[in-house]
Write a protein that binds this ligand. Structure first.
Ligand SMILES: [Ca+2]
Ligand SMILES: [Ca+2]
Ligand SMILES: [Ca+2]
Ligand SMILES: [Ca+2]
Length: 219
């Protein structure tokens, strides 16, 4: 009986929210983000040399500044000027995050609420490119596919693209992959997910008859 009720809760959860994917869209500066100006938005541009989104973990292997200058692929504006590169401007040389083949960002670290909006900018790698997002239960919300790499690792920004997802039920992970190295920048996170109906129904079961009272209202 208990298993049956939990199953009902998950079915409600699956139909309760709708995910929206964003991208891949050209991105040279923060105002190119679909969420630019959103209240409470956190932006990590890697320029301070650490990943500081609250409640999140990024499995990058190196900062791009670990490489020789010509191989850094920051978002264009981070060197202080829109000029087709993130490496040569009045603010100096930009920075980004790098790993082999794929990179993920996990949310909900230290019990921080899962975000409802999460995305970043792919800045370098090879085709084909795949972005994927996951809900609070680790179930895939879907994928985006890209073919915009410029076949150069020398910091060009015309190829850079934003990938993101919004989902009111909460996003537990976003990931991007492509052959060889992959580089991302301008990670953006906003919103705090409400508890999923599946969790609320499960809580009702634990407390006794509460779930029975809620089910007709949710049907
Ligand atoms: Ca940067
Ligand atoms: Ca620039
Ligand atoms: Ca690039
Ligand atoms: Ca490139």
């Amino acid at each position: 009986m208990k298993l049956f009720l939990i199953g009902v809760g998950m079915a409600v959860s699956a139909g309760a929210f709708a995910q929206t994917f964003y991208g891949p869209t050209p991105y040279l500066q923060h105002s190119d983000s679909p969420w630019f100006g959103m209240a409470g938005l956190q932006l990590e541009d890697a320029e301070d040399g650490s990943f500081d989104i609250v409640g999140a973990f990024c499995d990058y292997a190196f900062l791009s500044s670990s490489f020789v200058e010509g191989l850094i692929d920051s978002v264009d504006i981070d060197d202080g000027i829109l000029n087709g590169t993130g490496q040569q401007g009045p603010a100096g040389v930009g920075d980004a995050f790098w790993n082999v083949s794929s990179m993920s960002i996990w949310f909900g670290i230290n019990n921080v609420a899962l975000p409802t909006h999460a995305g970043f900018v792919w800045t370098d790698g090879d085709n084909p490119i795949v972005f994927e997002a996951f809900d609070a239960n680790g179930v895939s919300l879907g994928t985006l596919n890209g073919q915009h790499a410029d076949n150069s690792y020398l910091g060009g920004t015309d190829e850079d693209r934003f990938y993101g997802v919004s989902y009111a039920g909460g996003i537990s992970r976003i990931t991007i992959g492509n052959p060889n190295g992959v580089e991302i920048d301008h990670i953006q996170v906003a919103g705090a997910a409400v508890p999923e109906p599946a969790t609320m129904v499960g809580l009702g079961i634990a407390l006794g008859c509460l779930a029975k009272r809620r089910r007709p209202a949710r049907a």
